[in-house]
Design a protein around this ligand. Structure first.
Ligand SMILES: NC(=O)c1ccc[n+]([C@@H]2O[C@H](COP(=O)([O-])OP(=O)(O)OC[C@H]3O[C@@H](n4cnc5c(N)ncnc54)[C@H](O)[C@@H]3O)[C@@H](O)[C@H]2O)c1
Length: 318
């Protein structure tokens, strides 16, 4: 299998895939209709490269192994792995995936980065081999975060997901197979729940964006990066673990603490959230904050690896 990744759509996520593949010594062929895309991608890879160097580059890794082409068909021809990253609009995704499906080699795997759509909804317009169109949902920054959620649809055969797992592992990722397709997969469901609550807290004037972020940064977030929700709460129950935790805090689950329904995104709420974030950024550009986050993640990944040496898929360079 050739080590070539085809990237369709080179925004934040497409560029993240490009940087990851290049750092792993792959060839990358990219297509994006925006005339500014090529320059943007070069700048993106330049910005990401120092942290990728610190993580350790694969043999042959070279930003010059990226080629931009003028059509989707030229980008996907001959590729073993194709990653679709166009904007999150169902009609557009369907159109682009149908075009990829028509032009791709029969044994190619076609992964969509969609954050929310189910693979069966994406497969519908594909007439060639729709079963190989799967969801392969990454996390920003794609070049550092190892998780990729793999989801098959109604016409996906089990073997296709296993093949995809192997391919994404070759990109040094940690595939998580989602057993049943649902909107938002697994991780976005969790992030969405927290996000709704956070917006309510701002909307109700309980806390600023900065205060809510502090609650995550100095509290629950530190624990989550090592143990997630369940194992963290298992420890919260003391020696008796989760059973005692549920006995103690279970009744609170019935109290109407959390809202779950999203608040109305009024102009006032949008202003509060945007102004709060700008205050937190304190004049630093997104690119500057990207570099700070990347430096942190490089060290954090080492720590996760150090404290979970037995974790599947986290061995070696991730
Ligand atoms: N941003 C995130 O944090 C995040 C995380 C995980 C997954 N995703 C998913 O990744 C996908 C892309 O999101 P993004 O944040 O990179 O969006 P983006 O807006 O940054 O980039 C989209 C890119 O697609 C290009 N594009 C538009 N029409 C196209 C076409 N017909 N053919 C090829 N390219 C086309 C645009 O020019 C742009 O460069 C979405 O499905 C999103 O849900 C996003």
């Amino acid at each position: 299998m050739s080590h070539q990744l085809s990237v369709i759509g080179t925004g934040v996520i497409g560029n993240g895939w490009i940087a990851r593949a290049l750092a792993n010594g792959w060839d990358v062929v990219a297509f994006d209709p925006d005339p500014a895309a090529k320059a943007r991608t070069r700048a993106f890879v330049d910005n990401a490269w120092p942290s990728l160097q610190r993580r350790g580059l694969a043999e042959g890794a070279d930003p010059a192994r990226l080629t931009f082409v003028e059509s989707l068909e030229a980008a996907v021809a001959g590729a073993g792995l194709i990653q679709e990253n166009v904007p999150e609009r169902l009609a557009l995704k369907r159109e682009i995936l149908a075009a990829i499906d028509a032009a791709a080699a029969p044994d190619a795997i076609i992964g969509s980065s969609t954050s929310g759509f189910k693979p069966s909804d994406l497969q519908q317009a594909c007439t060639n081999a729709p079963g190989r169109v799967i969801v392969a949902h990454p996390f920003n920054p794609v070049y550092l975060l190892p998780l990729v959620e793999l989801v098959g649809g109604e016409v996906t055969q089990p073997g296709q997901i296993e093949q995809a797992q192997a391919r994404y592992r070759e990109l040094a990722m940690r595939p998580l197979v989602v057993r049943r397709e649902i909107e938002g997969h697994i991780a976005d469901r969790l992030m969405e729940a927290l996000w709704r609550e956070a917006l309510h807290l701002v909307n109700d004037g309980v806390a600023t964006t900065e205060e809510i972020d502090a609650a995550v940064i100095y509290g629950c977030g530190l624990r989550w990066s090592l143990m997630g929700t369940f194992l963290t709460f298992h420890l919260a129950g003391g020696d008796a673990g989760m059973r005692h935790m549920l006995e103690q805090f279970g009744p609170a689950l019935k109290l109407p603490w959390t809202k779950l329904e999203a608040p109305e995104l009024t102009n006032e709420l949008i202003d509060k959230v945007v102004e709060g974030c700008e205050h937190q950024a304190a004049g630093r550009s997104v690119a500057e904050l990207d570099r700070r986050r990347d430096d942190f993640l490089v060290e954090m990944l080492d720590l996760v690896q150090k404290y979970w040496p037995e974790a599947e898929g986290l061995e070696g360079r991730i």
